[in-house]
Design a protein. Structure first.
Length: 270
């Protein structure tokens, strides 16, 4: 991949800009704790015919951090503002969004608030809200482990708990390194924003064509969560990624990419 660009401003946001500049654009949004490196295989394929932007979310990878941490309920708006800045810096007026897990949440938040800038949306292994008890348990487990055991230990346990293939797939090491390299307090803050999200009511505001993907072995976000997303977006299609767990783009990259590319071909520049 080429050298990342930086938006400047606060926080500064790092992103890759790949493929022909005049082509239709697609943005790849990564999962919690990971960074743009998790999209290496999809970016290589999609950028052959499309312009592909691969940002690192705030606090992740090479992107900066704003010490004014968004309050409860404000994270979706902050993520949408960040994506505005990436698109503006790249001079892209409209793009399709592809997000896994946290990236799917960010895609929904953006598509529901900026419909004029979104040509299509793919949400993989995502959710729009969790039961309060589940939210509390996940934040306590992950944020608590990050602060008590350190990010390297958390990264090791995340890889062991998340990937269903033995040995783990190509890309698992990049995820482990990304998580291990995060600041524990920043990770804890994003955890709270991610698992505390409540955006089910925004699904009806998504006007773009939508594809919802779910890895058939994903125990972290069970299928009913993806079914809720597909039911809430008018005309959305739900497809299963076989032989894949929570990070389905890494565990079955060929099928994931085929489904995404077919969807992008169908919507064209709509």
């Amino acid at each position: 991949m080429n050298q990342p660009r930086t938006t400047g401003g606060h926080p500064d946001l790092s992103y890759l800009d790949l493929g022909p500049r005049s082509a239709e654009a697609v943005v790849l949004l990564h999962s919690l704790g990971a960074d743009g490196r998790m999209w290496r295989q999809q970016a290589a394929v999609l950028s052959e015919r499309r312009r592909v932007l691969v940002p690192d979310s705030r606090g992740h990878g090479a992107s900066g951090w704003d010490e004014r941490v968004p309050a409860d309920g404000e994270w979706p708006s902050a993520w949408a503002d960040d994506l505005d800045r990436v698109l503006d810096d790249a001079r892209v007026g409209r793009a399709a969004l592809v997000g896994v897990s946290l990236g799917g949440i960010q895609a929904i938040a953006y598509a529901s608030s900026r419909p004029e800038r979104v040509s299509g949306i793919v949400v993989a292994d995502g959710f729009t809200e969790l039961e309060p008890a589940v939210t509390e348990a996940r934040i306590a487990a992950l944020a608590g482990r990050a602060r008590e055991q350190g990010m390297a230990a958390l990264a090791d346990s995340y890889v062991a708990d998340t990937f269903t293939r033995t040995p783990p797939p190509d890309g698992a090491e990049a995820v482990r390194k990304a998580i291990a390299g995060m600041d524990a307090d920043r990770y804890a803050a994003v955890c709270a924003g991610c698992f505390g999200v409540r955006i089910t009511d925004r699904l009806a505001a998504v006007r773009a064509p939508a594809l919802v993907l779910w890895g058939e072995r994903d125990a972290k976000t069970p299928r009913p969560l993806s079914e809720r997303i597909a039911a809430g977006i008018r005309g959305a299609e739900l497809r299963t990624v076989p032989e894949a767990g929570h990070l389905s783009n890494l565990e079955n990259p060929a099928e994931f990419t085929r489904l995404v590319e077919g969807f992008l071909d169908r919507i064209g520049g709509s």
